[in-house]
Ligand binder design. Structure first.
Ligand SMILES: NC(=O)c1ccc[n+]([C@@H]2O[C@H](COP(=O)([O-])OP(=O)(O)OC[C@H]3O[C@@H](n4cnc5c(N)ncnc54)[C@H](OP(=O)(O)O)[C@@H]3O)[C@@H](O)[C@H]2O)c1
Length: 367
């Protein structure tokens, strides 16, 4: 197919998921701006083929589909919206081919942020944040992840179901932990939201996306989830981004930045919102926030150890094998016991993850 000048070609990885659907909506509204050239899914064959037919794209389905979609197509932007570590290899392949990366899959930065951002710098490609907090920061920076004069980043967090009670978190049941007050999400991310590990992952994502040390990234609890995040600049000014919670705002900006495209979406009615509230998170109650910063300070693949330990521990909690408060304990013990893994290659990242799973599977947290 001939290439239209100015039209951005997009490879959409994870096209059949929630972010994929929102991306397709954005493209439908702006067919003169964006074209999907390839779409991938893991299992949803019929849905992926329907997407390909609607958008004149190639469909890729299966275990290695995301990687093949990148290897067999050229595009301006690769939008990565698969789940977990599966996003790492296709992201690195897209960088090697010179594509900008619109990133939804935070594990790419949590587990391989140092490697991925180094490769992107060497190849001269951009990371375009899709996660709503990181999009907010990106928007406050005027669409430049390396904006000048940034003093601090402030990520907002809804706080999850256990922000104030119960006093004793060790007795929290699986059903209670899965009952998020604001969003319906998959079980892993719901538990991660309740322990605030998910916010910790976002701190790491911000660390690499914006090249800001974790000591200059704050988390503030904001239960209304209207302010998506903020940036404090060197002159003391703080800019915030506010919008109704709709991932299409963030996705559209990732694809168009620094331009803003029109949309029919509703904007905020501030007077009807009334008050917006903010407070500090309690790191004693939510030790995962502290562990994330400790892992970042250790360097190498320590954050891959952190992510793998959390994955193992959340699964064990959901299976009834460990208590809720053991999730953070598993992560802490793994970080203490892990050898230093230099983060030189994607193999090193997966080796660190495998070491962690083996450590916890053989009772490491109790040693
Ligand atoms: N949803 C949100 O609002 C949101 C916000 C910020 C960040 N994120 C992040 O964005 C990513 C996508 O989220 P989502 O909510 O769109 O997830 P989702 O609804 O579960 O969709 C995941 C997509 O990835 C595919 N997929 C799943 N496992 C895969 C694997 N191992 N290898 C390759 N493809 C795989 C799925 O294909 P099948 O349909 O065939 O299973 C589907 O197309 C996640 O990392 C999430 O944390 C999501």
């Amino acid at each position: 197919m001939a290439r239209d000048a100015g039209m951005k070609r997009i490879i959409l990885l994870g096209a059949t998921g929630s972010i994929g659907a929102s991306t397709l909506d954005v493209v439908r509204t702006h067919r003169d701006e964006f074209r999907i050239v390839a779409a991938s899914a893991l299992r949803s064959r019929a849905r992926c083929e329907a997407i390909a037919a609607e958008f004149g794209a190639r469909a890729y389905i299966g275990e290695n589909a995301a990687l093949r979609a990148v290897e067999e197509n050229d595009a301006d932007i690769c939008l990565v919206a698969t789940v977990g570590a599966s996003g790492i290899a296709p992201t690195l392949a897209a960088i090697a081919k010179g594509m900008d990366i619109a990133l939804a899959t935070k594990e790419v930065m949590v587990m391989a942020g140092e490697l991925a951002t180094r490769k992107a710098r060497e190849r001269g490609v951009r990371f375009l944040p899709v996660d709503s907090e990181h999009s907010a920061i990106f928007q406050c920076m005027g669409g430049d992840v390396h904006a000048q004069g940034v003093a601090r980043l402030i990520l907002t967090a809804s706080g999850g179901p256990f922000i104030d009670s119960p006093a004793d978190l060790s007795r929290v049941s699986v059903a209670e932990a899965l009952n998020h007050p604001r969003w319906k999400m998959g079980p892993k991310v719901t538990i991660d939201s309740s322990t605030m590990m998910n916010k910790g992952f976002e701190v790491l994502e911000a660390r690499w996306l914006f090249d800001v040390d974790t000591s200059r990234i704050d988390v503030v609890v904001h239960p209304e989830s209207i302010v998506h995040s903020l940036v404090t600049f060197a002159d003391g000014a703080t800019l915030a981004q506010l919008s109704p919670p709709d991932m299409r705002v963030a996705i559209q900006y990732a694809l168009s930045a620094p331009r803003r495209l029109a949309s029919e979406r509703e904007s905020l009615d501030l007077a009807s919102l009334g008050a917006l509230t903010f407070r500090r998170p309690d790191e004693t109650r939510f030790p995962c926030l502290r562990l994330v910063k400790e892992a970042a300070a250790r360097g190498g693949c320590a954050t891959a150890v952190l992510a793998a330990a959390d994955e193992w521990a959340v699964a064990a909690f959901l299976d009834g094998r460990i208590a809720y408060t053991d999730i953070a304990r598993c992560v802490e013990r793994s970080l203490e016991a892990a050898p230093h893994f230099a983060c030189e290659s994607v193999d090193a990242v997966f080796e660190a993850a495998r070491w962690t799973t083996a450590f916890l599977s053989t009772g490491g947290q109790a040693r």
